[in-house]
Design a protein around this ligand. Structure first.
Ligand SMILES: CC(C)(COP(=O)(O)OP(=O)(O)OC[C@H]1O[C@@H](n2cnc3c(N)ncnc32)[C@H](O)[C@@H]1OP(=O)(O)O)[C@@H](O)C(=O)NCCC(=O)NCCS
Length: 131
């Protein structure tokens, strides 16, 4: 599936994580694990959610995670986030992962999805997010 170009809202202000894929991040076939990319997306989204809520947050669901292209060792992964919706205790964070091919300016969308986080109180129970 071709994910097309990066979305209009993907720019430096929304950059949450930047990291380079290493050999240790590959599977038996030598490609970068999808789980490695997804973990960095989760990390990026959690930072955005916790900054918004000002508290610890937990991932409760991931919607529509689509892998458009593979990542190669040496590719730079750039993960961008934006808040789509704030509910009573939940926040929906749109996440887009873009690879930059090493030593080039070529950027391609790798993965996208919506990560839903719940703000937690000190007992680990859902608590309201300030509007
Ligand atoms: C997050 C957690 C505390 C939520 O508890 P819960 O009893 O399901 O909470 P609630 O039913 O009150 O729902 C809380 C919010 O999450 C939303 N939510 C719950 N399940 C959801 C789902 N599958 N998809 C989308 N939103 C969901 C609810 O709509 C609600 O949002 P709102 O308050 O903005 O209206 C609990 O599910 C949990 O601890 N899960 C494990 C989290 C975790 O460990 N994540 C890392 C996995 S490795």
């Amino acid at each position: 599936m071709d994910g097309g170009e990066q979305s209009y809202w993907v720019h430096d202000d929304n950059l949450a994580v930047r990291v380079v894929a290493m050999r240790r991040d590959t599977n038996a076939a030598g490609d970068v694990f999808g789980g490695w990319v997804a973990a960095h997306m989760d990390l990026a989204a959690s930072t955005t959610a916790e900054d918004r809520a000002g508290r610890k947050c937990a991932t409760v669901a991931i919607d529509g995670l689509v892998f458009h292209r593979p990542m190669a060792v040496g590719d730079e992964l750039n993960v961008y986030t934006r808040i789509l919706k704030v509910g009573r205790t939940s926040m929906t964070i749109e996440v887009e992962a873009i690879r930059r091919i090493r030593r080039t300016a070529i950027r391609q969308k790798v993965t996208q999805g919506k990560f839903i986080f719940v703000a937690l109180d000190d007992d680990g129970k859902p608590c309201a997010v300030d509007k």
